[in-house]
Design a protein around this ligand. Structure first.
Ligand code: PGA
Length: 251
């Protein structure tokens, strides 16, 4: 049995005051003990969020890390070791917004994945096809290539301490959600693909769905055999909505 994980990606949202309030509100919610819950605030709010979350069960992660593990001359970057030093335990790598806005390539993403694990952080490898790729019948090939960018170089064992998040780009922040069947199909394909490297690891690795997850559609998505939780953007900024999504993962 894979333990569900629900992760809130707060993106470039919030102020010191609003983040504090959101975490306070989350602490008052009824979060299921059978589900791992993580939040990913912006870099500038990480330390405060970690201090505040340390009183409860919510884990805090970073939305990004540098390709280089050790500190060095990399203006504006933050290394995975520095993130670990302040108490981070997870990091998103390869989010589609970074692939698009920062032009992150598969090889950069693989280096970030390596740096994250070397620092003892759990990377959440985000994969997903664009609408054009889906319409061209390339959804499966696209996500397989993105998964292979890590697995070909590092082997499947690295997935012992990693999470995969399938996020169709056309569903992120658009209100369009993949149907449970569409999502399940890709999740099953990802798991089958990982099984070509290692069947036991394919069974064990958690694959989250992301893309306009909300309380109203979470239960149906999480009921699918190969969906092990969610990576939630917009809806994670509302404590009631996010905790309802967490509860849906626990049922
Ligand atoms: P969304 O974002 O839930 O707002 O679609 C998901 C994500 O980008 O991780």
């Amino acid at each position: 049995m894979r333990r569900p994980l629900v992760a809130g990606n707060w993106k470039m949202h919030g102020t010191c005051a609003s983040i504090k309030q959101l975490l306070n509100e989350l602490a008052e919610q009824d979060l299921p003990t059978s589900v791992d819950v993580a939040v990913f605030p912006g870099l500038i709010h990480l330390q405060a969020a970690i201090a505040q979350a340390s009183q409860g069960s919510i884990v805090v992660g970073s939305q990004d890390c540098a390709v280089q593990l050790e500190e060095g001359a990399m203006t504006g970057e933050t290394s995975a070791l520095q993130l670990e030093d302040i108490g981070c335990s997870m990091v998103l790598v390869g989010h589609s917004e970074r692939r698009q806005l920062q032009e992150e390539t598969d090889s950069v993403i693989c280096r970030k994945f390596i740096a994250a694990q070397a620092a003892g952080l759990t990377p959440v490898l985000c994969v997903g096809e664009t609408l054009a790729e889906r319409e061209a019948g390339l959804a499966v090939a696209t996500v397989q290539k993105q998964v292979d960018a890590v697995l070909v170089e590092l082997g499947a064992d690295v997935l012992h301490n990693a999470v995969i998040a399938y996020e169709p780009v056309w569903a992120i922040g658009t209100g369009l959600t993949a149907t449970p069947e569409q999502a399940q199909e890709i999740h099953a394909q990802i798991r089958e693909h990982v099984a070509q490297y290692s069947a036991p690891i394919a069974q064990q690795v958690r694959i989250l769905y992301g893309g306009s997850v909300k309380a109203a559609n979470a239960a149906e998505l999480f009921a699918q055999a190969d969906i092990d939780g969610g990576l939630v953007g917009g809806a994670s900024l509302n404590a009631k909505e996010f905790s309802a999504i967490c509860r849906a993962a626990g049922n």
